[in-house]
Design a protein around this ligand. Structure first.
Ligand code: NI
Length: 271
């Protein structure tokens, strides 16, 4: 699959469960902005069947090259980011994986059972990253049990392989000089920002500032009935130049740690 098709499919899939992103996108466009993406984030488990090495394949095939790697100790996550080799306007791809061996045996067993329940051939699909839940996420009890230990593991159970968030490149916006201005504008338009760790994560000294909306709530059908579960959020990134004058291209682990909390069930918005 070529890059543009892959990215547009990720966007369509993301928009379908993230109405706020669709609305904010439209709001900024009405305001005369031409929106570019800074990065697209994808989550997974580090089981060899579905780990980063598996999910990166379509991106590498589409011309992406691995760049930085990141460790999020408290959330038991490892992540890598990818940049496109020839298209500098292409969004970076950020793929994180839950380090199962650092989790409880109970969590490890449920994730293994989940993956064992799938047709194993599905993990060979080139478009696995677009496949959502290839298992049957029908148990609210299983979701809740994962949630007790890891919001990330529980999110994966319900939503699977897809973009967890898209991120607007704030440097490319013309009407906003910084994240404060953009956040203020979004709040004036009744959007709620994730305030965990402050609305703006990162500093100019760290060369990257980010903010995000709280995740939308999405109606999910379980055997136990319909429950509203946080789906995805929209993120905004502003990059600063390094001493050589070029914009910083990486990520800041400490900031992303807080941004991960945008899908936390304790912080949510209903649409
Ligand atoms: Ni992000």
């Amino acid at each position: 699959m070529n890059k543009d098709l892959l990215l547009s499919k990720l966007w369509e899939q993301y928009k379908s469960i993230t109405p706020s992103a669709k609305k904010i996108h439209a709001l900024l466009e009405q305001n005369g902005e031409k929106i570019e993406n800074d990065h697209i984030a994808i989550r997974t488990y580090n089981d060899v069947r579905v780990n980063i090495a598996v999910l990166e394949k379509p991106f590498v095939k589409a011309g992406y090259v691995a760049q930085g790697e990141y460790f999020f100790e408290s959330k038991k996550l490892y992540a890598k980011h990818y940049e496109h080799a020839t298209d500098s306007t292409a969004p970076r791809i950020f793929i994180s994986e839950l380090e199962l061996e650092k989790c409880s045996e109970r969590l490890q067993d449920s994730v293994k059972a989940l993956l064992d329940s799938c047709d194993q051939n599905i993990f060979e699909n080139e478009d696995l990253v677009l496949s959502g839940t290839v298992w049957n996420p029908n148990s609210y009890a299983d979701y809740s049990s994962l949630l007790e230990e890891s919001e990330y593991a529980a999110w994966m159970y319900v939503y699977g392989f897809r973009a967890n968030h898209f991120t607007i490149n704030v440097n490319a916006l013309t009407n906003f000089n910084d994240l404060e201005e953009l956040n203020a504008y979004l709040k004036e338009n009744n959007w709620k920002m994730n305030a965990s760790g402050g609305e703006i994560k990162g500093t100019p000294e760290q060369l990257l500032e980010q903010s995000s909306t709280l995740a939308d709530l999405y109606a999910v059908s379980f055997d136990e009935g319909v429950k509203y579960i946080p789906s995805c959020y929209y993120e905004f990134a502003l990059r600063y130049p390094m001493s050589n004058g070029e914009l910083y291209q990486g990520f800041v682990a400490a900031s992303a740690d807080k941004i991960f909390e945008s899908t936390d069930v304790k912080l949510q918005r209903m649409n």
